[in-house]
Design a protein around this ligand. Structure first.
Ligand code: C2E
Ligand code: CA
Ligand code: CA
Length: 688
């Protein structure tokens, strides 16, 4: 019979199981504690190192002690002093080994640490077994040498795995290796002679074993409890942090990041299940008013209320998020379109109810746009953009109903937005050009000046008419740099002409509302050297109506520079006599819509006569726009109109063509004008 079988036969399986249990729990806990030392610094790290060292050392010693008791229950050598040294050495070796293993500076630190730990623990076991108190002896047998080597190797592998792998591999492999290291050493006594030291009496063995086991439970338990509490605390912190990063603090709804995560997941799920997904964009109608008129606290309160209402309509298959400002997004999965209709009705109803905020009845009405997967788009970005477009249409329709995305209608908006994007770079890319249209005296056909008209040469679309891009430029504020460019360019060109013709530059109401305008005009005149009286600015009545007092103040400042001011498009807007009376305009430009009706509409003729006599009585000259036929021209002459402008006299042309290819109309009067232009200006008025 082999010695191994003999040992097995002699040993106490219960005690052996206890030893293994202590090894398993101790190793698992120590590895976890060790792992925390890897990710902490300073005193925290020292604390974790201390706990790890104590736990590992104690469990190694207890495993050895109880293991020995299991193997040799009848003559367990026990000397309290020896036991204390062995324990102290085990804890010290564990502590130092783990500290070394966690070092961030030494190469191969985990392996070196494992080596130190293994050797120290082996020494401790040999002391404990009464073999080495008076100097360590070399291994007494081949079995002892083999188990020693195996134990040290396992310790090296254990710490290496724990330090180099990621959890959970680091935990599992590290713990298994340490358990092996602690247990394999028990087999070294297989070839050893029976212990010679004084043994414990068998009746005392069980008492000592129980005490040792209890000590192990206390120490390992403390380490384990710390690991558990720390783990729970950390996962709570992480959960809280995650909640904070995905939550909108004001309304408690999800935020944009959470919405993006959710829509991606919902699209995948809806696609797999064959469901549809509605992406619903909700934008408050009166938020700006609430904010501006009643303060930010009221604005916040309104947003919170909307958040509550949206949360109330989001049932199982729905999701609500605030993605910025007063914009909310909802997601609703559905199979039957009737389900979506019910959902949208509920949404509409909940938003329609007024709310009392700070004692004021406040409307939380919102515009709602809906895009549906897969009908209106297959990816989140497209669906959100389309829901947004539909929302804008709902807002524009002003009926506080939801709008579904409709390719045809919303593409127009999309095209407009694309145009706005292109407009942003048009100035830098030199895509703007100027055209000049002649303005002439009606009685003599003398050239009086030129109106400057802007053209945008779009790289793909060709020439985009100003009626399309000027409103976009006004909406986006781009009209400010563009308008300045027009003014500067036109003045610079005109300053080079030999004949001091006047130029008329259009001003947008947006530019007009800009407080710097008088300074800008002054600066441009200085920079270009154009005489102020050669510059006329054309403004429409809408520029003045918004804030008459301020507008008139600015106009006076500009006029003080010597620049003249024309009232453009007269007869279309308010055409209020009050405006004409409150400011000394230098010219009234009669809108071109009246011209086309001269032949057919007596009313138009009457209005033209009225405006002409109004101009006479106020001593303001009148210019008629849009003169296309000689009949119109004759009428103006008969009625005593001062100036005219229109295709009959000349189309808007680039500067190069202005003096070369003048129009060649048949009528005699116009012939005089073109004669004048051809003969009088071709050589003279070109810049030199
Ligand atoms: P507007 O100031 O009323 O300019 C006169 C418009 O009438 C020009 O259109 C001109 O081409 C057109 N026109 C001239 N003669 C005739 C005619 O006999 N018959 C007809 N049917 N039309 C005629 P355009 O160049 O397309 O400009 C349209 C509008 O865009 C301008 O109306 C003006 O409000 C705006 N605009 C043009 N350039 C500028 C600019 O540099 N700045 C600003 N703010 N607005 C500009
Ligand atoms: Ca004009
Ligand atoms: Ca006009």
């Amino acid at each position: 019979m082999s010695r191994f079988a003999h040992v097995i036969e002699q040993s106490d399986p219960m005690l052996f199981a206890v030893a293994v249990l202590i090894a398993v729990v101790g190793a698992t806990t120590s590895i976890r504690l060790f792992h925390r030392t890897l990710s902490t610094f300073g005193s925290q790290r020292a604390g974790w190192q201390f706990l790890a060292g104590i736990t590992l050392g104690t469990s190694a010693w207890c495993t050895a002690f109880i293991g020995r008791a299991a193997v040799d229950a009848h003559g367990l050598p026990f000397d309290p002093q020896v036991a204390f040294y062995a324990l102290a050495l085990a804890v010290a070796a564990s502590g130092l080994g783990l500290i070394l293993a966690a070092s961030r500076r030494i190469p191969l630190a985990p392996e070196l640490g494992g080596l130190g730990l293994g050797l120290g623990a082996a020494a401790s076991q040999m002391i404990g077994a009464g073999q080495g108190l008076h100097g360590l002896l070399p291994p007494a047998s081949a079995a002892e040498a083999a188990s020693l080597t195996a134990a040290v190797a396992a310790a090296v592998i254990g710490l290496s795995a724990a330090a180099r792998l990621r959890p959970p591999k680091a935990f599992i492999l590290g713990a298994v290796a340490l358990v092996v290291s602690m247990i394999v050493f028990q087999f070294r006594s297989l070839g050893a002679p029976p212990a010679a030291a004084a043994g414990l009496a068998p009746e005392h063995v069980s008492i000592v074993v129980v005490v040792v086991a209890m000590a192990a439970v206390l120490v390992i338990g403390a380490g384990l409890a710390t690991v558990v509490i720390d783990g729970r605390h950390r996962s709570e912190t992480i959960r809280e942090l995650r909640r904070l990063t995905l939550c909108d603090p004001l309304t408690g709804l999800s935020n944009r990041a959470a919405f993006n995560e959710r829509i991606a997941a919902d699209l995948v799920a809806a696609d797999a299940a064959g469901d549809m997904l509605a992406v619903v964009c909700v934008d408050l109608d009166h938020f700006k008013e609430i904010n501006d008129l009643r303060g930010h606290a009221a604005g916040d309160a309104a947003l919170r209320k909307v958040g509550e209402r949206l949360a109330a309509v989001t049932d199982a298959g729905a999701f609500a998020a605030r993605i910025g400002g007063d914009e909310f997004m909802l997601l609703k999965r559905y199979r039957d379109p009737a389900m979506l209709a019910v959902f949208l009705d509920r949404l509409g109803a909940t938003l329609a109810a007024p709310e009392v905020i700070d004692g004021f009845e406040t409307s939380l009405a919102a515009s709602v746009g809906v895009a549906r997967f897969p009908l209106d788009g297959r990816d989140g970005e497209t669906l959100v953009a389309n829901a947004d477009l539909a929302m804008y249409r709902a807002k524009a329709s002003g009926r506080r109903r939801h709008c579904f995305y409709e390719t045809r209608m919303d593409e127009a908006v999309r095209a407009r937005r694309r145009l706005a994007g292109d407009l942003r770079t048009a100035l830098d890319r030199s895509q703007f050009e100027l055209r000049y249209q002649v303005q002439a005296a009606v009685s003599t056909s003398d050239v009086k000046g030129y109106e400057v008209l802007l053209r945008w040469r779009h790289p793909q679309l060709g020439y985009v008419p100003p009626s399309e891009f000027i409103p976009i430029a006004e909406e986006t504020g781009l009209i400010l740099p563009i308008g300045e460019w027009v003014l500067r360019r036109a003045c610079a060109e005109a300053a080079k002409w030999q004949k001091p013709h006047r130029i008329a530059v259009n001003l947008s109401p947006v530019q007009f509302a800009h407080f710097d305008l008088p300074r800008l005009v002054h600066q441009v005149l200085l920079d270009t050297g154009l005489a102020p009286e050669r510059l006329e600015l054309e403004i429409t009545e809408s520029a003045i109506i918004a804030d008459t007092g301020r507008a008139l103040h600015i106009l006076r400042q500009i006029k003080a520079l010597g620049v003249t001011i024309a009232m453009d498009d007269f007869g279309t807007g308010y055409s209020s006599l009050e405006t004409l009376r409150s400011f000394p305009f230098d010219k009234i430009k009669l809108d071109r819509s009246f011209m086309s009706e001269i032949g057919t509409s007596p009313q138009s003729r009457a209005i033209i006569r009225a405006v002409l006599s109004l101009g006479r009585s106020l001593s303001i000259p009148v210019l008629a726009e849009g003169v296309e036929t000689e009949e119109q021209f004759d009428f103006l002459k008969t009625e005593g109109c001062d100036e005219a402008q229109g295709f009959l006299l000349g189309r808007p042309v680039p500067l190069e063509e202005l003096f070369i290819s003048v129009p060649n109309p048949e009528g005699a009067k116009i012939m005089r004008l073109s004669d004048y232009l051809r003969s009088g200006t071709a050589g003279q008025t070109r810049g030199g």
